[in-house]
Each structure stands twice: as C-alpha cells, then as structure tokens.
Design a binder for this molecule. Structure first.
Ligand code: HEM
Ligand SMILES: *[C@@H]1O[C@H](CO)[C@@H](O)[C@H](O)[C@H]1NC(C)=O
Ligand SMILES: *[C@@H]1O[C@H](CO)[C@@H](O)[C@H](O)[C@H]1NC(C)=O
Ligand SMILES: *[C@@H]1O[C@H](CO)[C@@H](O)[C@H](O)[C@H]1NC(C)=O
Ligand SMILES: *[C@@H]1O[C@H](CO)[C@@H](O)[C@H](O)[C@H]1NC(C)=O
Ligand SMILES: *[C@@H]1O[C@H](CO)[C@@H](O)[C@H](O)[C@H]1NC(C)=O
Ligand SMILES: *[C@@H]1O[C@H](CO)[C@@H](O)[C@H](O)[C@H]1NC(C)=O
Length: 331
C-alpha cells in the first residue's frame, strides 16, 4: 500500500513537472504557421536577399533589432513601434537612437507576408525569422526558428535605456544584464559572435583610440596596427558617425574570425575585447574554443539564438498580430 502511494505520487509529480515544462517552454513551435502561413520562411528570405543586394549590411542590422527587441519586455516587437500619443518609442532610447536600422526592410517583409497570409504572422516572429535568414545567407548556421510570438500593445523606452548592454559598461555589468534575461556566459560569448558582421560608429569606440578611460592614451589592449587603421577611419576631428567593420577580416561574412580577432587584440568595441582580455574571466576559454572550432561556435550560436528568442514571448491570446509593425492595431 505504501509503495502504491509512493508510486502514484511519483506519477503525479512527473505529470505535474511535464505540465510545468509544457507551460513554460512549449508555447513557441517551429510549426506554428504550418497551416496559416506555410511559406513564411521563404518569403522572409526572398525579401531579405533582395535587400542585401543593395545593402550588404542589412542582415546584421536586422539581427540586432531582434536582440534589442528581446532584451526589453521580451521578444514582442516592442522595438518596432513608432512614437504616437500612447507610445514613447524605443527607437529614441539611448542604445537605439541614430543607431538601429532596417525598419523599412521589416515593413517590406511584413507587406510581402500580409499579401500571402493576411493577419497571421507577428512582427516579433518576423524579427526572429529575419535573424536566422541573415545569419544563414551570410554563411553562418541555419536553425529551426521557434514561432508563435505575438506583438505588444506597448513600448518601454525606459527599459531600453537600462536593459540593453552598453559597450563601455564593463564585462561584469554586461554579464549581469544577460543573466537578468536568463542568458548565461556561454550565451554571452556565442551571441557576441554576431559581431562577425555589421558596422559600428566611431562615437561608440573612439575613446579607445585617443583617451581610454581618462588615461590620455589608447586602450592598451588594441593591437598597434589595428589602432592606426581605426584612427584613420575615426580621426579626432572627423565625424563621430563614420563606421568601421566589427570584423575587419571578413566584414560581411558570418564565421568565427570574430574570436581570432579578439585573440589578436582586434576587437572593435571595448565589450568585445574584454571577453578575451579581462584577467581571469570565464569568457576567455569560451573565446578560445570558438576560435579553434567553428562548428562549436555555430552550434552554440544557434542554440543561444533560440534561448534569446525565448525571452518572455507573448503567446496565446496575449498581445495581438499587428497589421503594421509600427503601430498598435486600431491606433
Ligand atoms: C554583449 C553585449 C553587446 C554590446 C555591448 C553590443 C553593442 C553594439 C554596438 C555599440 C554596436 C554598434 C552600433 C552602431 O554603431 O550604431 C553593435 C552593432 C551590432 N550588434 Fe551588438 N552588442 C552586443 C551584443 C549583440 C548581440 C547579442 C547581437 C545579436 C545576436 C548583436 C548584434 C550586432 C550586430 C549584427 C551589429 C551590427 C549592426 C549593423 O551593422 O547595423 N550584438 N553592437
Ligand atoms: C514561397 O515564397 C517564395 C518567395 O516569395 C516564392 O518564390 C514561392 O513561389 C512561394 N511558394 C509557394 C508554394 O507559395
Ligand atoms: C542624431 O544624429 C544627429 C546628426 O545626424 C544629431 O543632430 C542628433 O543630436 C543625434 N541625436 C541623438 C539623440 O544623439
Ligand atoms: C532614454 O534615453 C534617451 C537618450 O538618452 C532620453 O532622451 C530619454 O528621455 C530616456 N527615456 C526614458 C523614458 O528614460
Ligand atoms: C555598472 O553597474 C553599476 C550598477 O548599476 C553602476 O553603478 C556602474 O556605473 C556600472 N559601471 C559602468 C562602467 O557603467
Ligand atoms: C578605468 O579606470 C578606473 C579608475 O582608474 C579603474 O578602476 C578601471 O578598472 C579602469 N577600467 C578599465 C576598463 O581599464
Ligand atoms: C568541434 O566542436 C564540435 C561541436 O561541439 C565537436 O563535435 C567536435 O568534436 C569539435 N572538433 C574538434 C576538432 O575538437
């Protein structure tokens, strides 16, 4: 009898655990649009491919939108909302203003999807799909994108100011911001590998070139040849809006050169170089492993993109499917 009760309670607790996992984890699904928009991935890919033909940087810009979306109230398309009577746009937050780009391409993707499958696909999911397409079209890994996110009715500009990592706040603060959204050190290093493509403006790293941390000298962790290249792109009297490649070796390709750059003291942002140059940091061995094994990087990157894409999605009947990514429906 006692063993029967123990057995039944084991079964009940197993069932309970399974239900909890189902509720916390099984809401997004790779087949979410199988009946309502079966071709959605190839529509996203086709529009992105044509945008890449005129702007080789655009894939990088789109994955960054997904990152900045997911870190603020979860992956809910909040970053895409324009200012309006009720919305203080995240586009005007410190990390995004004069920096995020690609909103017009998101609109083009949305239009193409609405033509094929009206009212079915969220803007939050478009960012997740465009990120995978951007990475795979640039030579990186493919993965099965989890879908079923819905779009927010609000934006959180204050949250964007405080939750998105800054390139100059130091590794421990950045690690804490990842941890706050459930991402660990492996995710931090893998996802930083997205800086294998795209550009950054001089204003975001120029302190490293001339007056690092108030020393009056360049950042000592910058290789001297890389320093002089960067000083040419970003002269002290030049425009702070000039841009440099985040990966000087293969600027538009998705590969593991980002990690060998860090080993060679060629990380562009302070936050990049600190992953390798911070004495005693847990990130160093991960950089070394991704630098020596591209397969290991690609596998981790794909898994970490899924982890990032799982940050607090709106699902079920929460939120809505926006008709226009820039506006809440009916506003
Ligand atoms: C670890 C903390 C991170 C910091 C401090 C950081 C910071 C930055 C900064 C300052 C820029 C340059 C923006 C500009 O010049 O306008 C940038 C660009 C970029 N970031 Fe990050 N980032 C981080 C993580 C990530 C993650 C997790 C992803 C995606 C998975 C990502 C993807 C990108 C891409 C692709 C670009 C280039 C965008 C373009 O060319 O338009 N970053 N990042
Ligand atoms: C899927 O979308 C692509 C790109 O828009 C298009 O070329 C293809 O014909 C579509 N396939 C179907 C079955 O609708
Ligand atoms: C954005 O850039 C423009 C110059 O292109 C500048 O006038 C403006 O002050 C910048 N805005 C912010 C918030 O930095
Ligand atoms: C966010 O930061 C921007 C730029 O620093 C500032 O103009 C804005 O007022 C801040 N918004 C909130 C809600 O804190
Ligand atoms: C790191 O975060 C702490 C706590 O928010 C803050 O006081 C400190 O200024 C941050 N460090 C840098 C370098 O921004
Ligand atoms: C910047 O300078 C402060 C004070 O001198 C020091 O504590 C800090 O570690 C320095 N930061 C870096 C990244 O070198
Ligand atoms: C590279 O990483 C992959 C994936 O983790 C692993 O299966 C493989 O054994 C590694 N290759 C080497 C040479 O270590």
């Amino acid at each position: 009898m006692a063993s029967y009760i123990a057995h039944a309670s084991f079964l009940l607790s197993t069932l309970f655990t399974a239900l909890m996992l189902y509720h916390s984890n099984a809401q997004l699904s790779s087949t979410f649009y199988a009946t309502t928009c079966p071709n959605v991935s190839s529509i996203v890919r086709t529009v992105l491919q044509s945008a890449l033909n005129s702007d080789p940087r655009i894939g990088a810009s789109l994955i960054r939108l997904h990152f900045h979306d997911c870190f603020v109230n979860g992956c809910d398309g909040s970053i895409l909302l324009d200012n309006s009577a009720n919305i203080q746009s995240e586009k005007d937050s410190a990390p995004n203003t004069n920096s995020t780009r690609g909103f017009d391409v998101v609109d083009n993707i949305k239009t193409a999807i609405e033509n094929a499958c009206p009212g079915a696909v969220s803007c939050a999911d478009i960012l997740a799909l465009a990120s995978e397409a951007a990475v795979s079209l640039a030579g990186g890994p493919s993965w099965s994108v989890l879908l079923g996110r819905r779009d927010s009715l609000t934006a959180n500009q204050a949250g964007a100011n405080t939750s998105i990592p800054s390139p100059v706040e130091g590794l421990s603060n950045i690690t804490a911001k990842f941890s706050a959204v459930g991402l660990n050190t492996n995710d931090l290093v893998a996802l930083s590998g997205a800086h294998t493509f795209g550009r950054a403006q001089c204003r975001l790293f120029i302190n490293r070139l001339y007056n690092f941390n108030g020393t009056g000298n360049p950042d000592p962790t910058l290789s001297s040849s890389y320093l002089s290249n960067l000083q040419q792109i970003c002269p002290q009297t030049g425009s702070r809006f000039n841009v440099a490649n985040l990966d000087p070796t293969t600027p538009d390709g998705f590969d593991n050169n980002y990690f060998s750059n860090l080993q060679n003291n060629q990380g562009l942002l302070q936050s990049d170089q600190e992953l390798f140059s911070t004495t005693g940091a847990a990130t160093i061995s991960i950089v070394n492993s991704f630098s020596s094994n591209q397969t290991a990087f690609f596998q981790s990157f794909a898994q970490s993109m899924i982890n990032m894409g799982n940050i607090s999605p709106l699902t079920g009947s929460s939120g809505e499917i926006r008709a226009n990514c820039r506006k809440v429906n009916g506003s």
